[in-house]
Design a protein around this ligand. Sequence first.
Ligand SMILES: [Zn+2]
Length: 131
Amino acid sequence: MHEMGIVTHLAKTLDELAAEQKIVKIGKVTLQVGEVSGIMTDYFVDCWDYFKVRHTVLKDSTLELETLPAVTFCDNCKKNYETVKYGRTCPYCGSGETWLITGNECIIKQIEAETEDDRNGEKNVRTDEMR
Ligand SMILES: [Zn+2]
């Protein structure tokens, strides 16, 4: 279960962040999910709802998922193109010397959180990219 693994990792990351930054409650978490990451967004949110109740700071959190479009770069003609439409073969020159630039990631874009110091404050936190 791919999604459950990521959810576990996400919860752990947020738990650590909460401890580090004295966060008492996490609200909305915005995740950017790559178009070809293989993550099923509906299922992912279900996993989260199942998981979050076991973490005090995450109990009232909601997940918002944004899709990041997949882009592939062609090494032969140095152009970018839409991965989903054309796959591994460059539509400009037909080369197979291509690689994915974006589209396989799962990134925490934004977290709304209450801290001990400022219970109404909003925090924008960026963490490392998750794989
Ligand atoms: Zn090309």
